[in-house]
Design a binder for this molecule. Structure first.
Ligand SMILES: NC(=O)c1ccc[n+]([C@@H]2O[C@H](COP(=O)([O-])OP(=O)(O)OC[C@H]3O[C@@H](n4cnc5c(N)ncnc54)[C@H](OP(=O)(O)O)[C@@H]3O)[C@@H](O)[C@H]2O)c1
Length: 342
């Protein structure tokens, strides 16, 4: 990357927006200037970018003049409203919301899996759903060697996936429960502290939730594999950061756990943590703040000669959101697929 870029972050005050700022800095992304945007509620609020304090501005139609890369994480409605304006102004938009993910003209990218799709962009690139990202990072290397026919996945998703209000809700409710007080849910339909909620996003007529359906559709689009059958059950758990997944994979041919471990050990973005004798396996608490997708508990599926079962954990705010988006920006910049506005 020889150039440096004018960056806009929309949703800068949110959990993902804050992580964008951190990841850009940690990865030394070549930033020429940075503009922080959020709602009118946050206008004027100061945020640290490195050692500098920058004021947050209200997002408007004029926010994107001279911007080379716009990172969006302010929800689907804001993305639908402002992403096309940003793209028209010449910025490369990398959007964290679900607004454009399944649009045929919008690449849906996980750089370890389908980096070449970036060049098909027409101004907007979508960052996939957090649970789909970590699953494809772990499964694509295996699929390339032994095509996957079917995936059955159950997720255990942290409350940070719902945003900062949900983090606060888990803290407040946990204290209330421990002090013997009653709990009134606001963010979720039921108490989340000391509980599990098999409801993420809205229910569809099929009985699946929209989150479960995103895992089905997005996995096929990212992996260019419309033939893979996927069924998901997505569960919100009282964990602050990092999503976990139990994944059952049905391959075309048998694959031993050792072969899978070998393949995954040399796969980009993956770290194998798998030694049951010493209770070594991925855990959300330990993966928080790190960039890898952790895989463990790799074992033969006792119910299927062509099957493997594994446990996959990643930080949903980093690989599931900000890190993946910045990696897309890095890849686009490295290949000169970002227009510099001057
Ligand atoms: N959390 C995750 O793991 C994750 C993963 C992948 C994708 N995402 C997606 O990223 C987005 C944000 O998630 P989050 O976790 O960062 O949520 P969050 O902590 O609730 O933050 C929401 C952000 O959106 C901004 N916003 C709200 N209304 C706005 C408006 N009218 N105009 C401009 N900005 C507005 C907020 O600004 P104010 O502070 O001014 O209200 C805040 O910066 C969502 O689309 C989410 O689906 C999240």
């Amino acid at each position: 990357m020889s150039s440096s870029y004018n960056i806009a972050i929309v949703g800068a005050t949110g959990l993902v927006g804050q992580e964008f700022i951190k990841v850009l800095e940690q990865r030394k992304f070549p930033v020429k200037s940075i503009r922080l945007y959020a709602s009118d509620r946050s206008a004027g609020k100061k945020l640290f970018v490195g050692h500098r304090e920058l004021a947050v501005e209200e997002t408007s139609n004029d926010s994107f003049k001279g911007i080379d890369i716009a990172l969006f994480s302010a929800g689907a409605e804001i993305s639908r409203r402002f992403s096309p304006i940003a793209a028209k102004a010449g910025a490369l938009v990398i959007d964290n919301s679900a607004a454009f993910r399944m649009e045929p003209w919008v690449p849906l990218v996980v750089p370890e899996v389908n980096p070449e799709d970036i060049k098909l962009h027409k101004g907007i690139i979508a960052n996939p759903n957090c649970s789909a990202i970590q699953m494809v990072v772990a499964l694509n290397p295996l699929h390339k060697i032994n095509p996957i026919k079917r995936i059955i996945v159950s997720t255990y998703q942290a409350v940070s996936g719902t945003g900062s209000a949900a983090m606060e809700e888990l803290t407040t409710q946990s204290k209330a429960v421990l002090e013997g007080q009653s709990v009134v849910p606001h963010v979720y339909p039921h108490q989340i502290a000391f509980n599990l909620l098999p409801e993420i996003d809205v229910f569809l007529d099929s009985g699946y939730t929209k989150e479960e359906w995103k895992m089905v559709e997005e996995t096929k689009k990212i992996m260019h594999a419309p033939q893979i059958l996927v069924s998901a059950t997505c569960v919100r758990v009282p964990v602050f950061i990092s999503h976990s997944e139990a994944v059952n994979i049905d391959f075309t041919n048998p694959m031993s756990p050792d072969e899978a471990r070998k393949i995954l050990s040399r796969s980009p973005g993956v770290k194998v943590l798998d030694d049951p004798h010493v209770s070594l396996y991925p855990q959300p608490w330990l993966s928080k703040g790190s960039d890898e997708t952790y895989v463990g508990r790799i074992r033969a599926d006792a119910s299927n000669p062509n099957g493997l079962v594994m446990w996959v954990v990643a930080d949903n705010l980093r690989k599931g959101a900000a890190l993946n988006a910045v990696q897309i920006a890095e890849e686009a910049a490295r290949r000169n697929w970002v227009k510099i506005q001057g």
